[in-house]
Design a protein around this ligand. Structure first.
Ligand SMILES: Cc1ncc(COP(=O)(O)O)c(C=O)c1O
Length: 420
């Protein structure tokens, strides 16, 4: 019976003139399927260590101190506001640059925090996350062959974002903590030496992922002197603006009108409100720069999820919700650092972000990647090897830990790490 059906079906195909595809038969003269090849714009990008570690964490039922996200719930009030916005039918496309009342609320916040007057209509664009804002800024300004100064260790999107535009990432290593500073810092002489006629931009990030270091007022002075009388743009990644410790003031580029003139300053609501999965942020830049930024944005995402924008407009009025984040997260950082004293890691200082780094010279001379994998499998705690943040996998024998977790998560993780 089956043979019969198969025969009939096959006969139909033949009758209808269907033929099996011969992969080697030319489709157009001179083009074979087997020759259809993408010339990668990012040939060096493979599966990242972040994917590897997260997969390992799941497979080994490990506590994930690798990826940077909170394991506690976000504000119920903000969730309710999103619900309300959806019920009130704020569900269609918002304007391309973002929901105007939200941009106005952001402008108000910027004036309150940094004494900067920013025009919500022409200088703020709501984006699907901070990473997207950084990518769009670079895409707006870069031409093939341009150079962008990037500090390493670097958040993993920076170099691909530069290279996909045909530009060149000029990498400068941050100085490893030493007797002069207990956290990583910028070597400004190295920056001066790296500037060429082709330098189009400097990309800075404070508070810094992965090291937890922050830029000081003295760094701003150095930056000012480096870019003075040049056409160099600044792309400033400030997604951790509200995660800064020890009562330090966040040195936002928004505080400095002369620097802001040449800057794209990128933020993330996901990081402020413990909802990294929302992928919502914004970019502040002078009108002339914003105009070009929006050309990129218009034909990429075009606009972002409306209900969250409507909800955030109301929620931003609650200043305590963002001002309270630094002390809240500092408590976690201090607690984790103190717990880690029971292990053989030597912890660095973290002045901001979700992250703190630890050297493991007293534990092993394995590569940081091997150790991170072994700890995930044997101890059940996933971390990120800091070599992953260097294009050449520079291995200083340091692991990055994310402490934006519940107290009990941190306690169990450290109990396990004590056995390493
Ligand atoms: C330094 C830095 N910039 C940007 C981002 C991404 O922000 P968003 O999730 O809003 O794209 C992250 C997230 O980990 C980050 O660490």
């Amino acid at each position: 019976m089956l043979t019969y059906l198969y025969h009939v079906h096959f006969q139909c195909l033949i009758d209808l003139n269907f033929t099996a595809i011969d992969m080697n038969k030319p489709v157009l003269p001179g083009l074979k399927f087997s020759q259809l090849n993408i010339i990668s714009k990012l040939p060096d990008v493979g599966t990242t260590i972040f994917t590897v570690m997260s997969r390992l964490a799941t497979e080994n039922n490990a506590i994930n101190l690798g990826q940077g996200f909170p394991d506690f719930p976000m504000s119920e009030e903000l969730v309710a506001l999103v619900n309300e916005a959806m019920k009130n039918d704020y569900n269609q496309y918002p304007p391309m640059p973002g929901w105007l009342p939200l941009r106005e609320a952001v402008a108000e916040k910027i004036e309150f925090l940094y004494r900067a007057k920013v025009n919500p209509d022409t200088e703020i664009t709501i984006t699907p996350g901070g990473t997207y804002a950084i990518y769009s800024s670079l895409t707006a300004i870069l031409q093939p062959g341009d150079e962008v100064i990037v500090f390493e260790p670097a958040y993993d999107s920076y170099i691909p974002n530069v290279e996909i535009n045909g530009a060149i990432a000029v990498k400068i290593n941050l100085v490893f903590p030493d007797h002069k500073s207990d956290s990583y810092r910028i070597d400004w002489d190295a920056v001066r030496n790296a500037i060429t006629q082709k330098t189009k931009a400097i990309l800075i990030n404070s508070p810094h992922n992965p090291t937890g270091s922050v830029i000081s007022a003295a760094d701003i002075e150095q930056l000012r002197s480096v870019v003075k009388d040049t056409n160099i743009f600044i792309v400033s990644d400030e997604v951790y603006e509200h995660l800064i410790f020890d009562k330090l003031a966040h040195q936002s580029i928004l505080r400095y009108p002369d620097l802001l003139q040449r800057s794209f300053v990128c933020f993330s609501f996901g990081k402020i409100y413990n909802c990294t999965g929302w992928k919502l942020g914004y970019c502040v830049a002078p009108a002339k720069l914003t105009k070009e930024f929006r050309k990129v944005h218009q034909f990429n995402a075009f606009s972002c999820f409306t209900p969250t924008q409507v909800a955030l407009t109301t929620f931003l009025q609650n200043r305590e919700a963002y001002l309270g984040l630094s002390p809240f997260m500092q408590e976690k950082k201090d607690y984790f650092k103190q717990l880690m004293e029971q292990t053989r890691f030597t912890m660095h200082e973290s002045y901001g972000s979700y992250f703190i780094c630890g050297s493991y010279g007293r534990i092993s001379d394995e590569s940081d990647k091997d150790l991170a994998i072994r700890i995930t499998k044997e101890a059940g705690v996933a971390t990120i090897p800091v070599s992953a943040f260097y294009h050449n996998s520079k291995d200083d024998k340091v692991l990055r830990f994310c402490f934006s977790k519940k107290k009990e998560t941190l306690e169990i993780a450290v109990e396990r790490l004590m056995k390493v």
